[in-house]
Ligand binder design. Structure first.
Ligand code: UDP
Ligand code: MG
Length: 318
């Protein structure tokens, strides 16, 4: 069995419409490279016949391997499963919707050959709504401010990782996985380039506003405890100002006697303080929730079916 040079990991959730054209484009990009390659498709619990398409592909192309989850576990879990399956000296992660153009693969491989462990293809934001662009820009600024890891604007999950970088990512045990941060955390020599963004070929994006916001909060909280620190700072400053204000009131009473107390001031103080307290409790709650989640040590996904024997073997299969 020849050693695998490149593994392409493709998470797929309800992608049956594009899978055929994606696969053709991917093969057209991979074949001329002359490398031994494999394509690791991960069906993330699709309900639209994606897994049937994968079975067909695997039956007629020996370089296709697949794993199918028992339900939708999310893209992070699918990428993890794909990386665990992969055997290549270089691993490329890409989306199935042709928004990550396979034509860029030779360029990524070329950069990898020059010694880079991570090659990141960043999308510019053509074809995206102005509101979404502005929101993502602001978000990345916030993330850069809060996290210890550097994440470039537009850097999605389209990247090539060397075997040692993949092994490093796989060695991180956390349940709450925020890949963009994990990739950046493992380090190694990283290089990036920008390509023109394209709208998805068919099907619908799985990232509605709400899901994006939740993903955003996850990203912010999963990397360090700086938000907690912020809460402590806010609390301290508020306490100090309250102390100053109390001293001023006491002094005022001592000098001028009791005046009619200010209702407005009182209400403002109460409302502002309870707001800060609630927000702080929320932040703490998020972290406690995360600890609870990690402490359960659940697997990241459950496999329903796979094309191969090995660690993913499903009971009842030969
Ligand atoms: N995806 C997945 N599980 C999910 C959501 C998405 O595996 O729960 C896959 C999806 O099939 C696609 C990639 O992740 O290959 C990116 O998803 P999508 O195109 O919906 O995201 P967008 O490009 O809008 O950010
Ligand atoms: Mg997409």
């Amino acid at each position: 069995m020849p050693e695998v040079g490149i593994s392409v990991v493709v998470p797929c959730f309800n992608e049956s419409e594009v899978l055929g054209s994606f696969h053709t484009a991917l093969m057209a990009a991979l074949e001329p490279t002359g490398e031994h390659f494999e394509i690791c498709y991960v069906d993330d619990g699709s309900g639209d016949g994606t897994v049937e398409r994968l079975r067909e592909l695997a039956a007629c192309a020996p370089e296709v391997r697949y794993t199918s989850f028992s339900r939708n576990f999310g893209k992070e879990a699918a990428m993890l499963a794909g990386m665990r399956m992969s055997r290549g000296a270089a691993v490329v992660l890409m989306d199935a919707d042709l928004q990550h153009p396979p034509e860029l693969l030779p360029r990524m491989l070329e950069l990898h050959r020059h010694g880079y462990d991570q090659v990141v293809a960043r999308r510019d934001r053509t074809g995206e709504g102005t509101l979404r662009t502005a929101a993502s820009r602001a978000y990345y600024r916030l993330v850069r401010h809060f996290m210890d890891v550097e994440i470039a604007d537009g850097a999605g999950d389209f990247r090539l990782l060397s075997r040692r970088a993949v092994n490093a990512v796989l060695s991180l045990p956390e349940s709450n996985r925020f890949s963009k941060g994990l990739f950046s955390w493992v380090g190694f020599d990283t290089v990036g380039f920008t390509y023109r963004g394209v709208p998805r070929a068919a099907g619908r994006s799985k990232w509605g506003g709400r899901r994006l916001i939740e993903y955003g909060i996850d990203g912010l909280l999963s990397f360090n405890s700086r938000p907690l620190r912020l809460a402590v700072h806010a609390g301290l400053w508020l306490f100090l100002s309250a102390l100053g204000y109390a001293l001023w009131i006491v002094a005022n009473v001592a000098l001028n006697g009791v005046e009619t107390p200010g209702y407005a001031t009182l209400i403002t103080a109460v409302v502002a303080l309870s707001g800060v307290q609630l927000a702080t409790l929320g932040v703490i709650g998020e972290y406690v929730g995360r600890i609870y989640h990690e402490a359960k040590r659940r697997p990241h996904y459950v496999v329903r079916e796979t094309d191969e024997r090995g660690p993913h073997l499903t009971p009842g299969r030969p």
